[in-house]
Ligand binder design. Structure first.
Ligand SMILES: NC(=O)c1ccc[n+]([C@@H]2O[C@H](COP(=O)([O-])OP(=O)(O)OC[C@H]3O[C@@H](n4cnc5c(N)ncnc54)[C@H](OP(=O)(O)O)[C@@H]3O)[C@@H](O)[C@H]2O)c1
Length: 258
């Protein structure tokens, strides 16, 4: 055994480069801020560049380091171009947060094929491509890294209210996390995931509009707030959790406990 500090809880990300998808709003914005506050240089990606520029200014104003790079997760060329732009700007990412995602908000029989493709591409295909690109480069450089995939409690349960494909893709993210962790453990690339319950975000605003006061049915009568995920994210990317891989941490504020 090596000598570990007591307690071994370091979350210092100085020297890390964190590529965060869906950083223009909601959970991803907070993930980017949290990683920057812990010392990582953040690559903030999404389609809405104006929002990313605003986030980067916030991070820099707080003493952190970040760059904004436009990326459309449904477009293969855009994904690879964004990744290369990140490498060119700040170096090879050592942390990847696969956060960008969209709801289907529609019953299966009413889904046009364009919506089916968009949900698959954004929620499952892009995270897989990015994870592969992330690992390919780190393996070539003989360096380890951390991936955090954002799944959902919807991966484990579905109430029939128009989110079947969302649930399917988020279950795919769980299995992707487990499978990639097995393939890349020997390269010191840890792959873990977070399955959030209901958290405040633009996506959640849409759900509240469609489905009414969802907080009323929860044990704590509330929608959780993104900062309540900070510690789990930091745990999964920090030096102290080196032996943790292939795990999904459920953060649902007790909403799933029946
Ligand atoms: N909020 C919750 O309660 C909750 C619960 C479980 C899981 N989640 C998951 O958490 C993640 C973040 O969701 P959120 O709640 O924070 O929703 P949000 O506020 O709607 O954020 C979604 C993010 O994804 C990005 N995005 C969507 N389509 C994209 C595309 N084609 N290319 C690139 N980026 C794209 C959006 O950026 P642009 O529009 O600027 O591209 C935005 O930054 C998602 O994976 C979601 O499934 C959320």
């Amino acid at each position: 055994m090596s000598n570990f500090p007591l307690p071994n809880n370091s979350a210092d990300l100085t020297g890390d480069v964190a590529f965060v998808t869906g950083a223009s709003s909601g959970l991803g914005r907070r993930f980017a801020q949290t990683l920057a506050a812990a010392g990582a240089t953040v690559v903030a990606t999404a389609r809405r560049k104006d929002r990313l520029d605003e986030l980067v200014a916030d991070i820099k104003g707080a003493g952190g380091n970040a760059v904004a790079i436009e990326m459309d997760a449904t477009n293969t060329d855009s994904i690879f171009a964004a990744y290369q732009a990140a490498v060119d700007a700040v170096g090879t990412p050592t942390i990847l947060v696969n956060n960008a995602g969209i709801p289907d908000a529609q019953y299966v029989t009413k889904m046009p094929v364009e919506l089916i493709d968009a949900v698959f591409d954004t929620n499952l295909r892009a995270p897989f491509i990015l994870a592969a690109e992330f690992a390919r480069r780190l393996i070539a450089e003989k360096r380890g890294g951390r991936i955090v995939n954002i799944s959902s409690m919807g991966a484990f349960r579905y109430n029939g209210n128009g989110a079947a494909l969302y649930s399917i893709t988020k279950a795919g993210i769980v299995r992707m996390t487990e499978a990639l962790s097995a393939e890349w453990a020997k390269f010191n690339i840890n792959v873990n995931g977070i399955a959030p319950g209901m958290f405040a975000s633009e996506m959640m605003d849409g759900m509240l509009e469609r489905q009414g006061d969802l907080a009323a049915a929860t044990p704590r009568k509330r929608i959780a707030q993104p900062p309540q995920m900070d510690s789990t994210l930091l745990f999964l990317v920090s030096p102290a959790s080196e032996a943790v891989t292939g795990t999904i941490v459920k953060i649902d504020d007790g909403q799933g406990a029946k």
